[in-house]
Design a protein around this ligand. Structure first.
Ligand SMILES: [Zn+2]
Length: 299
């Protein structure tokens, strides 16, 4: 009971703050509420300092909308997987591929969104490496996904939520601890690494704050949080922002239109179905459709 009481105030706060965030929707206005409403304090449509930053924001909104398009209300059995997804963008600002976490429907813990993004795209295009590509992912990459990005020469990755537990995988690879002595005391940085940067979208602060509040209320588990109505509202707001986006830098207008077109072509999962391996075709270079991984059962 005490736990419930302790959790009530933060939950009400989050509910209000998220409502304010969502209510602002596409207004693009700066929320002028009380100091307490930190979650909603940032502008809904962040002001980009440069055309490159605005493109980062647009592509991240696509990644968030990809997750929202097949929102899972549970993170456990009977779900596709976790509410995490990503998109792959080439050096010419083309969104080439999307993927979502599918650990549950594949009964395979390696099926993170970023792993699927890289392996499916490369299988479809027969590309040996992803040199020069950027990956926009809704949650900070783990060591497995970050390591794979390094090995595939991905140029850069941008994430929309910090993972306090499994995050910083790429930074840990880049860590130089040689001053502690020779191995096993210390190690030189991994030979290859890449920048891993947080999104400048207002979503970043909003979802991190909401997750902190949720944990402070006595809850645990990031993927469990990502199946809550609180998280869903933030993802729905981000999707709305993508759909109604007002481009700041004219040179990004076509980039936005192309990104939106890419997103709209992603099929909607029928209600009650689990959409595990959705075939997709890249707008360029792809001759064969992505290989579907047939579901196997040991039963
Ligand atoms: Zn991962």
């Amino acid at each position: 009971m005490e736990k419930l009481k302790k959790g009530l105030v933060p939950r009400l706060f989050i509910a209000f703050a998220v409502s304010a965030f969502v209510a602002l929707g596409s207004a693009g206005a700066v929320f002028a509420g009380t100091v307490e409403t930190a979650v909603a304090a940032a502008p809904v449509q962040a002001t980009a300092a440069s055309a490159a930053e605005e493109r980062d924001q647009i592509f991240m909104l696509v990644a968030l909308a990809v997750v929202n398009k097949d929102w899972q209300t549970t993170n456990g059995a009977g779900s596709r997987g976790y509410n995490i997804g990503s998109v792959l963008v080439d050096a010419n600002n083309n969104v080439l591929w999307w993927a979502r976490n599918c650990v549950n429907c594949n009964s395979n813990g390696t099926q993170h969104g970023e792993v699927r993004l890289m392996t499916q795209y490369q299988q479809a295009t027969r590309n040996f490496s992803l040199k020069g590509y950027t990956i926009y992912t809704s949650l900070e990459p783990c060591a497995m996904c970050g390591g794979m990005m390094c090995m595939q020469s991905v140029a850069r990755t941008v994430f929309a939520q910090k993972d306090p537990d499994f995050g910083d995988g790429i930074q840990r690879l880049a860590l130089d601890s040689t001053k502690l002595g020779p191995p096993p005391a210390g190690y030189s940085p991994y030979p290859r690494t890449l920048p891993s940067v947080p999104s400048t979208l207002a979503f970043y602060g909003a979802i991190n704050d909401a997750y902190t509040q949720w944990r402070n209320a006595g809850n645990t588990g990031l993927t469990k949080f990502l199946a809550t109505p609180i998280a869903q509202k933030l993802y729905a707001a981000a999707t709305n922002q993508l759909m109604t986006y007002q481009v700041q830098f004219p040179e990004n207008q076509q980039v936005y239109v192309n990104a939106l077109t890419f997103y709209r072509k992603i099929p909607t999962c029928p209600t009650g179905k689990i959409c595990c391996d959705v075939p997709q075709t890249s707008p360029k270079k792809v001759k064969a459709k992505a290989q579907e991984i047939p579901a196997t059962s040991s039963k």
